[in-house]
Design a protein. Structure first.
Length: 149
């Protein structure tokens, strides 16, 4: 990932404008299993991250996902470095998103609002989800593009 940045409240997404239409480069949304795989040094996960970087795509990590994986910050150096990198956007779980997650859970008959935030993030960025549990995400959105890690 290389470069790191100080956290700011300004989103780093920079939409492209073409003939009056706003386009976003598809991103890659990571769930908890993906971050655990990264932290464990999983070769397939590292290869997926490198491929994503070569394609000049950004990583999106819902804040709740960070909460699920963050346990011993002083020992999670790889994860901390990844989350600070300029290619990563940790997306806050505000009230509006929390309500949208709850509604998605209600509509799909599920209860995991963090999984719902992963699906909503991927929808917003038009990209793929890297997950260790694609079946749970498929319950929330059968059309979601999920790469199993």
């Amino acid at each position: 990932m290389g470069k790191t940045r100080a956290r700011s409240k300004t989103p780093l997404r920079t939409p492209l404008r073409t003939q009056g239409v706003t386009l976003r480069t598809p991103g890659v949304t990571l769930d908890t299993g993906a971050l655990i795989a990264l932290e464990k040094g999983d070769r397939r996960m590292i290869a997926l991250l490198q491929q994503t970087l070569k394609m000049k795509r950004r990583f999106h990590v819902p804040a709740g996902v960070v909460g699920q994986v963050w346990r011993h910050g002083n020992r999670q150096v790889t994860l901390a470095r990844f989350l600070r990198s300029v290619e990563v956007e940790v997306e806050p779980l505000d009230e509006q998103l929390a309500r949208a997650c709850g509604e998605l859970c209600g509509a799909s008959g599920t209860s995991d609002v963090i999984d719902a935030s992963v699906v909503i993030s991927a929808r917003a960025h038009g990209g793929v989800i890297i997950s260790s549990d694609p079946d749970d995400l498929a319950q929330l959105d059968p059309r979601a593009q999920v790469e199993r890690i």
